[in-house]
Design a protein around this ligand. Sequence first.
Ligand code: ZN
Length: 529
Amino acid sequence: MTKTLRERIAQFAPTRLTFDEGLLSDSHRRALRKIVEASRLMDDIFLRQVSPHNPDRLARLEASRKPEDRDVLRYFRIMAGPWDRLEEHRPFVGDEEKPLGAGFYTPDLSKREFEDWLAHHAEDEEGLASYYTVVRRDLDRLVAVPYSEAYQGFLQPAARLLEEAAEASDSASLSKFLRSRADAFRTNDYFQSDADWVDVKDSLIDATIGPYEVYEDRLMGYEAAFEAIIGIKDPRESEKLEELVQYLPELEANLPSAEDYIPVEREESSPISVVSEVFGAGEAKTGVLAFAFILPNDEKVRQVKGSKKVMLKNVGEAKFRSCLVPAAERLIGEAQLPLLDFETLFDVVLMHELAHGMGPGFVTRSDGSRATVSRALKEHFPVMEEAKADLVGMWSLLHLVDRGVLCRARRARVSYVASLLQTLRFGVDTAHGRAALLELNFLLERGGLLFEKESGKFLIDYDRTREAILGLTRRVLMIQSRGSYEEAREVLDTYGVATPPLERAMAAMEGLPVDIKPLFPIEEMMRDW
Ligand code: ZN
């Protein structure tokens, strides 16, 4: 059944992303204003990267006096174009198909032709397969046009604004990044600025701006889309995080694993920072929003600099209020619902993120050679890895409660179950969704979770949930440390399936918001700065 426009718009609950304005000095405000202005230009570029016809489409919608076009315009802005990102990019207005290569390639180019060309013109590969070029036709040739040229009209002013922000900023590491990113906008060489970004540590302002993710390029997965995520560091959470990180070796040493394994290589220089997002643009504010991200993607930068993970606390809080709470109200028994709170959920998510860096990283093959767990588990790896992060994260959290480092063990279990249930909304064929099925079915089987048929709600048995988490953590760690593809398949065939209680849960969540549409109060505040 196709959704009406109103129903589609209602999937995104408009939510203000608030932050503590009191943390900002005059110099912060001056720098932020320039950074926000530069970020708005990322919107213009991204719109064109999705489709070169988007600016015309948008202008037509904005000028239209037809009442039905108001809703089209609203959804167009959420999706950055006429295609629905929640429905495999099918058009929600008109019938034009979205090219797989979005606006990054000449529209008539097929994957086959592109690969053929690269196979016969090895000298073109560096340019054509770069993160930072668009591919055009010049008579019978394929040519790479650098972003610095293709989007010059936006990148030149953005570069100037970033330099002005660097001037205003009182953080040396932030200014260094802003200046080198401005250079990158002009020269198309992003290496130095990506490295400088990882080094931004002493700054209250956290600015991520430029071309990053390649999801928008569904043809080849090469071309990076422009975006901006501007945040303010959360001093309290950052302190807590520093404390938690100290326990990682202890947690790793105590993991409930029956066998020895070769651990994930933790990059010492890979920090996590917790920020409140104050402004987002381009891909970062389009469709479903990320709660956390790790950048840069460029392997060459990662090898020398590592990477940095940023968690957007107020985005998580907005999703919690607008999406998770309404879902939990329909699915969690009344006695336990009051135990659901954002502070605890945030600890659960934080431990999930830290747990990605724990556990087995490599397996030893029968011939003695070493392979990554991901190689060994193949297509089952993403699901098993998400399940590991959930389970090791929860196991670690409960361990830290026993040690007196964290509290709220019962609340953590309620948050954990509620967020697993809500994850089912994003599709049980996604890694996160399938992992949630696996964990929920295991909890149901072990009596950690009870399903009440009459009310359609779930009740948590705290002790049995703990035992089930321990049991499944052992199992997942065993599969990862052995690199056993067969055992991964077996456990997913048994538990990673939609069972009647979970099907009812999914049906119960129909019509609730899937995500938020972010509103940025900083835009009003800036008028008084
Ligand atoms: Zn994860």
